[in-house]
Design a protein around this ligand. Structure first.
Ligand code: UD1
Ligand code: M6R
Length: 371
């Protein structure tokens, strides 16, 4: 039932304040001795010690689920202190990459039925790793075969393009980072800021959804373009990759996510006065580096659309020459949840304007159960 919406993708984008609320429900609770809040993930509580002691955490997934893990990687590394490596499921299987008993392998899948992810899971189980699932689907093969895990509880997702599952997956992995990180005193202020940020996230998402019309206007400008680049780094490297995946899979426009730190190692050659480029430059430790990327793209006459934090328009738009999208500011590690939403809206409006099938893009299936 699409309710007041024309498409499932549109409905699922707009219901993210609610889906994020359900994802967190009952999982952020008041701690025992002190008044502060702690995270309780029922599915992981008996395994936290093992995860903390593991030599490495390996995130495994495909498509959007892989990008959600990539978005959460920095905070999991920071709070757990355990090295985190990333594996696209098919590539792990192709390489038969080394996995050991001392590893924790975390499998991320909305459907819980993706063939490549399940094959990688079988491989990790054979090799003796602790296998953790993060899925939206209770009773799925992933939920059944993993040793433990967390249901993201985002509600049924019907659009082939994953939207609300992406943001809920990131939130679950941020909660996983908090749970694995434990209550080390040195992390206390950071932990509280993240928990407060999580609790306020549905409000911030409500706010960013008000950009709907602005993203429709941008889509109208871009409707006949051949290609769109998206530059991001740090916490928002994943936003660049996921934003580009959304645009290409539904609007059928070529789009590429680029790690801004790699700009001078090739991509800069593409830049001219025709090619539209989205630069994600919200406030975090990488902000000044992104400002310099903007200046360099501008010097090559790049057609820039800059996504920045509220109030930062003047510091990102070189001489008022760029189009700017202002988004609400949240704790740095949660910013990818906010930043992906304008990109989801852009992909949606581009698709409708270009006359393509939003909910079932050509050649794609919701659940990729074959290889
Ligand atoms: C569980 C209940 C929830 C109830 C809550 C009350 C289920 C599905 N969830 O939620 O309805 O309100 O307790 O305390 O009954 N698991 C895996 N692999 C996965 C995902 C999950 O093995 O990929 C396992 C978990 O380790 C756990 C179980 O499935 O044993 C349920 O996980 P989850 O729904 O996340 O747990 P709770 O949030 O505690
Ligand atoms: O169900 P899964 O999360 O395992 O699916 C993984 C990918 O097939 C999926 O995310 C795909 O990339 C989506 N169509 C992206 O929107």
């Amino acid at each position: 039932n699409k309710g007041k919406y024309k498409h499932y993708m549109q409905k699922e984008i707009h219901e993210q304040p609610e889906s994020l609320t359900t994802t967190m429900r009952g999982r952020l609770i008041r701690g025992g001795s002190c008044k502060s809040k702690t995270v309780l993930l029922g599915g992981l509580k008996d395994h936290l010690k093992t995860i903390r002691r593991s030599r490495r955490i390996i995130f495994v997934g495909c498509g959007t689920s892989y990008f959600a893990a990539l978005a959460a990687r920095p905070i999991v590394e920071e709070l757990s202190g355990v090295p985190v490596t990333m594996e696209v499921a098919s590539d792990l299987v192709d390489r038969q990459g080394p996995i050991y008993r001392e590893d924790t392998a975390v499998f991320v899948s909305q459907s819980g039925e993706t063939a490549d992810t399940l094959q990688a899971l079988d491989y990790a189980l054979e090799n003796g790793a602790l296998c953790v699932g993060i899925t939206n689907t209770v009773g799925s093969a992933l939920a059944r075969k993993t040793h433990c895990g967390v249901h993201i509880n985002a509600g049924c997702e019907i659009g082939v393009a994953s939207t609300k599952a992406y943001t809920s997956q990131i939130v679950v992995m941020a909660m996983l980072a908090l749970a694995v990180g434990g209550d080390m005193i040195s992390n206390e202020a950071r932990r509280e800021a993240i928990i407060d940020g999580l609790l306020d996230l549905p409000n911030k998402v409500k706010e960013v959804l008000k950009l709907d019309q602005e993203m429709k206007d941008l889509a109208e400008l871009l409707i006949n373009e051949q290609s769109l680049l998206v530059f991001g780094r740090g916490y928002n490297y994943a936003t660049a990759l996921e934003g580009a995946l959304k645009v290409k899979e539904v609007s059928l426009m070529h789009s590429e996510g680029i790690l801004a730190g790699e700009m001078k190692h090739g991509p800069l050659a593409l830049v001219d006065h025709n090619l539209p480029i989205v630069v994600i430059a919200t406030r975090d430790a990488c902000f000044s580096k992104q400002q310099s990327v903007i200046q360099q793209l501008h010097a090559r006459k790049g057609r820039l659309v800059v996504m920045c934090s509220e109030g930062d328009s003047a510091s990102v738009s070189v001489g008022g020459s760029c189009r700017v999208i202002e988004v609400p500011h949240v704790e740095d590690c949660l910013q990818p949840v906010v930043n992906i939403i304008p990109m989801q809206l852009l992909a949606y409006h581009l698709t409708v304007l270009r006359g393509h099938n939003v909910d079932q893009p050509r050649n794609l299936a919701k659940s990729v159960t074959t290889q």
